[in-house]
Ligand binder design. Structure first.
Ligand code: ME8
Length: 593
């Protein structure tokens, strides 16, 4: 029989209710239109990833979180000068029992382990083109200052008291667990040991005097915040889950550990016998990065979007907003939650030996290829499966054949001998559909293509705002298919530049296809930055012409001049994305990693 978790409170119990300095009523987020609708408040945007534990090397799940945040912040930056003020932070979570134990097992001093693994993360993110503006390590002095200050604010507001915590603690997940979340698992010798029901990680019984945070006082404020901000947690099912959690009892939370037990952390100010709980320490990283406790942080908070995995939802959607409200601050504007990657249908785990090294993937599929795969196939609502054939099939069909093929068809010398952006002929492709005449060549499907590509940037922006980057890529891919259909339909290779009848239409077909490619290249920049650069450079689009704000698709069709018409294409740079060979050994390799 398991003992019952007990939170016995020894300190003051009847403290006054928290007074909340900031209003946290409904807040409206921009719809993502590309017009100048972003107001001053929304002009600043701050994206964060979780900060990752340094007990093990990074895997594809960590890279995925960083890529989501990277794509969101790159897209935001592309929206133009009014939204240029974008920050994006990631980093490593280096304190706590888990790291202390991992260092001891590895026979290393904690700092050595932290330096080593944090460097792995930094190198990986650099290789993968993660455009973070800050990489924070919780062992930095600036972070200690922020955490201790934050602690002081909670203390001064009567939200911390001393009490005895007795119950289960899971060092792997760094969390306390109620009895109902603990079960027993059989060991290899038939013995049984207690584990967390959710994660399966071992738990141990803990009893010690700690500082305790009055979390129970925040149940209603949190409910009000979530009900008033239905988009606070996206996708919606996760918002719903959090509200369900809040229907249950919300006990106070132990926020320190005895230093004799946990020495690897930030000491409680004024009480060296206690170390601050690693989650309180870790969550404050989001403030450290924007300069907290200096007033400058206020211009970035709460214009914040946290990108997190579903495993750490409770910490971000309950503990963190409660800490913030307690400190007199607003909860973050958005919490974007994603599900997990599995490998060949299995959860990644060290014991199964199937943890996939992201650097191997970047080498095999190229940086842009793997970025595209993860963001195109990763669906936030559900777990997604990774296996080699799936990546090869997707990249060959969408990047090598469809997109690369399209570029090649429109720029190859034999079809475009002058290597220019040809002229658009308004008589061949009048802006009004249904006109008839001897030189009118455009058909109904061609108008459908123009309409699809014209609305694509707005559609993509809406998908980004709803944290559905995979849908944005799906929409781009569908337009690429439609454009290939357009080229196929009009078979420019059968038209003759020498013929006065064919030439204007041949130029128009290429002009339209190149305009579509220009839109695709611009929209793909946040996901495949190098590939998009190669594509846009080949089209002769200069660096200053790549923002979403200036992306006027097919202006000649709408009666405006086109700055690209007649311009020379950029130099030939070879295949846009070389086809990948299937690998027979890959599965075996992935399992052995
Ligand atoms: O929880 N698929 O760090 P962590 C997708 N230090 N994403 C995954 C994943 C998978 N299979 N596995 C992990 C911590 N992730 C704390 C965070 S934040 C203040 C402190 C990603 O190293 C996902 O984002 O265990 C998940 O939430 C995070 O890595 C957990 O990383």
């Amino acid at each position: 029989m398991l003992r019952k978790s007990v939170l016995r409170l020894l300190g003051r119990t009847g403290a006054s209710r928290v007074s909340l300095l900031e209003d946290f009523g409904p807040r409206y987020y921009t719809s993502g239109s590309l017009s100048a609708r972003d107001d001053a408040r929304d002009a600043r945007a701050y994206f964060t990833t979780p900060i990752f534990y340094v007990n093990a090397a990074p895997h594809i799940g960590h890279l995925y979180s960083a890529l989501l945040a990277d794509a969101l912040s790159r897209h935001r930056r592309l929206r133009g000068p009014s939204t240029a003020a974008t920050r994006f932070s990631t980093g490593t979570d280096e304190h706590g029992l888990k790291i202390q134990q991992a260092a001891a097992t590895a026979g290393l001093a904690p700092t050595e382990l932290c330096d080593r693994v944090s460097k792995h993360f930094q190198q990986l993110f650099q290789e993968a083109g993660i455009s973070c503006t800050d990489f924070i390590r919780t062992t930095e002095a600036r972070h200690r200052v922020a955490v201790q200050h934050f602690w002081g604010v909670l203390k001064s507001r009567g939200l911390l008291y001393k009490g005895v915590y007795e119950g289960w603690y899971c060092a792997s997940d760094e969390c306390f667990l109620p009895e109902a979340k603990v079960t027993r698992q059989l060991g290899p010798l038939g013995d049984s040991f207690p584990v967390s029901l959710e994660s399966g990680h071992p738990v141990s019984w803990t009893k010690e005097e700690n500082y305790i945070f009055r979390l129970s006082q925040f149940r209603e404020p949190l409910q009000r915040w979530l009900r008033g901000n239905p988009q606070a947690i996206t996708p919606e099912p996760f918002h719903h889950v959090v509200l369900q959690w809040l229907d249950e009892e919300l006990p106070d939370l132990s926020v320190s550990r005895r230093s004799s037990h946990l020495h690897w952390g930030i000491p409680v100010p004024g009480d060296d016998s206690q170390t601050i709980y690693v989650w309180l320490d870790a969550l404050v990283n989001y403030l450290t990065v924007i300069g907290y406790p200096n007033a400058e942080f206020k211009s970035w908070w709460p214009a914040t979007s946290h990108i997190i995995g579903k495993d750490i939802l409770k910490f971000h959607a309950i503990y963190w907003p409660a800490f913030l409200l307690g400190a007199g601050m607003s909860p973050p504007q958005r919490i974007y939650v994603h599900s997990h990657w599995t490998v060949c249908g299995q959860k990644m785990s060290k014991s199964l030996g199937n943890v996939v090294d992201p650097r191997t993937c970047l080498n095999r599929y190229t940086v842009d290829g793997f970025r595209y795969f993860l963001l195109r196939q990763g669906v936030p609502n559900w777990d997604c499966d990774y296996y080699d054939e799936k990546v090869v099939k997707l990249l060959n069909s969408e990047l090598a054949d469809a997109l690369g093929g399209l570029l090649n068809r429109c720029t190859a010398k034999r079809i475009n001998p002058s290597e220019t952006y040809p002229a658009f002929c308004t008589t061949c492709f009048p802006s009004e559909p249904g006109l008839v005449g001897p030189s009118v060549r455009a058909q109904a499907e061609d108008y459908a293509l123009v309409s699809s590509v014209a609305t694509l940037p707005k559609q993509v922006a809406d998908h980004y705002d709803n944290f559905q980057i995979y849908k944005a890529l799906e929409a781009v891919s569908s337009c690429v298919r439609q454009t290939n259909g357009f080229v196929q339909r009009h078979a420019p290779w059968k038209l003759n530049w020498e013929s006065p009848v064919d030439a204007p239409w041949l130029g128009t077909v290429l002009h339209v296809a190149l305009e579509c490619l220009r839109v695709f290249g611009t929209l793909l920049q946040p996901v495949t930055p190098s590939l998009a650069d190669k594509l846009l450079s080949r089209l002769g689009v200069s660096a200053s012409e790549r923002n979403l704000g200036e992306l006027y698709f097919l202006p000649r069709f709408y009666g405006h001049p086109c700055p690209f018409e007649g311009r020379r294409l950029g130099p030939e740079t070879g295949l846009l994305f070389p086809r990948l060979e299937p690998s027979r050994t890959w599965l075996v390799k992935a399992h052995r990693t």
